[in-house]
Design a protein around this ligand. Structure first.
Ligand code: SPV
Ligand code: MG
Length: 435
């Protein structure tokens, strides 16, 4: 080994296999190896949550005889570390010449050229793929405990989480797997979590959103979703029901592996919030609702489960001051975060609420549901102070018109040929769900 030369190798080391070891050995033959270990944040942003946390991964890599030092690499980009460390060599498998990783490679080459560093590529070790190992492990890793904890983990690692409505196994499969395919983007974008909406769960059952679909049925939907997916789940708990019942609800949800429940501070016959003041929206007494939150937090067994207090003041026309004072009461009772709801189209009351709320509570997780003020981009909502952005009903709303139009057209035409171009070919349906 040449002591005078320095070598940089970036890995996540979450799933470490002989391909990685070969790269590290090849690096050690060239000089002293510094491993740029991807931080939890980098892995969560670009891939999935790591199976092993930072401390374990550092311990593992530091113990290798060929590794002289471990440093943090906080993004997929090597640029900052290379400019700082100016290693003589970067070593990587040659598999990154094609595909998404080629963008990272191009940047590495240009930074190395700035000071005369060199890229050394090791032939790819066939027969081992970290991605395949990860895919195989995923069901085993998806225990109720691990899944429940994912929401808190993601909240700690990402500036904001994007969440999509799921109402059955099929929509869960879509939200589990859908991702962007922009060739300019190094890592595809995915949804971070799933929202089990009371409006959509009810609507898919042909029932109104008035807490009529009972909790046993809601749990069946949740199990259906859980069986085919691995992302964290946030459940719309409506009003939470009676205080005596809510304690049981919390335990049932957390036992199943749900990450969070959101309950709203309304009482009486619950009406959907998007009716606004067109329906009777009766706000609960703040102390009574706080007592419900407290009962839920006391019932909770796990550390990770979260209870969000949903503020309906803006929906009921009670104003921002009312929402702010209620938020303080609910947080004092132990709420892990709040959801602020609004059906205003321009988003100004949400903006105003968040500005005032953030002044007093910089770190409390905040959920928003931009159904009506949907001209505001996720990034802007995040800058305004939102941590969780829920697209609460968009799969229901896209499925219904498609189903309705197909049913109508076949009726009008007396045959189904006319809809052939608008629906999935049957051969694709047969392959839709792998065995
Ligand atoms: C739901 O999705 O059921 C909600 C959000 O509670 S909203 O419909 O906007 O009230
Ligand atoms: Mg609801």
């Amino acid at each position: 080994m040449s002591e005078s030369k320095s070598v940089y190798i970036a890995i996540s080391s979450d799933i470490l296999h002989r391909g990685h070891l070969r790269i590290i050995e090849a690096g050690a033959e060239l000089g002293e190896v510094t491993v740029g270990l991807l931080t939890d944040r980098a892995i969560a942003t670009y891939k999935r949550l790591p199976v092993l946390g930072w401390e374990s991964r550092v311990a593992l890599v530091s113990s290798m005889r060929s590794v002289a030092r471990v440093v943090e690499q906080d993004s997929l980009s090597y640029a900052d570390n290379l400019r700082q460390l100016r290693p003589d060599y970067v070593v990587h498998g040659d598999d990154w010449r094609t595909g998404k990783q080629s963008l990272v490679r191009a940047e590495v080459l240009s930074v190395l050229a700035e000071y005369g560093g060199e890229l050394v590529e090791v032939p790819y070790t066939s027969g081992v793929s970290g991605t395949e190992v990860e895919r195989g492990l995923r069901p085993l890793m998806n225990t109720a405990d691990r899944r429940r904890g994912k929401l808190r983990q993601l909240l700690a690692l990402k500036p904001f989480l994007r969440v999509m409505e799921v109402s059955n196994g099929l929509s869960a499969l879509i939200v589990e797997n859908v991702h962007t395919e922009d060739p300019e983007e190094i890592a595809p974008r995915e949804y971070d979590a799933m929202w089990v909406s009371s409006l959509c769960d009810s609507s898919f059952k042909g029932k109104p959103d008035i807490e009529l679909v009972d909790f046993t049925s809601r749990m069946n939907t949740i199990h259906e979703i859980m069986e085919v997916s691995s992302k964290p789940i946030i459940v719309d708990g409506d009003t939470g029901g009676r205080i005596e019942h809510f304690s049981y609800t919390v335990r049932t949800l957390e036992r199943a592996g749900v990450s969070a429940v959101i309950i709203e501070d309304k009482t009486g016959l619950k009406q959907n919030s998007l009716f606004g003041t067109d329906a009777v929206q009766t706000l609960d007494d703040p102390e009574a609702f706080a007592a419900k939150i407290l009962a839920g937090k006391r019932a909770q067994v796990s550390r990770d489960f979260m209870i969000f207090a949903r503020l309906e003041s803006l929906i009921a026309g009670a104003g921002i001051e009312d929402a702010l004072s209620r938020a303080s009461v609910y947080l004092a009772a132990g709420a892990d975060g709040i959801m602020i709801h609004s059906k205003e189209k321009d988003g100004s009351e949400i903006r105003e609420f968040l500005a005032q709320f953030r002044a007093g509570h910089p770190d409390v997780p905040v959920v928003v549901v931009p159904t009506t003020y949907n001209h505001i981009h996720e990034d802007e909502l995040s800058e305004m102070g939102a941590n969780i952005i829920i697209h609460a009903n968009h799969l229901l709303r896209s499925a219904y018109p498609a189903m309705f139009n197909t049913a109508k057209k076949i009726l009008e035409c007396g045959r189904s040929k006319e809809v052939d171009d608008e629906i999935m070919p049957i051969k694709d349906v047969l392959k839709l769900i792998p065995e």
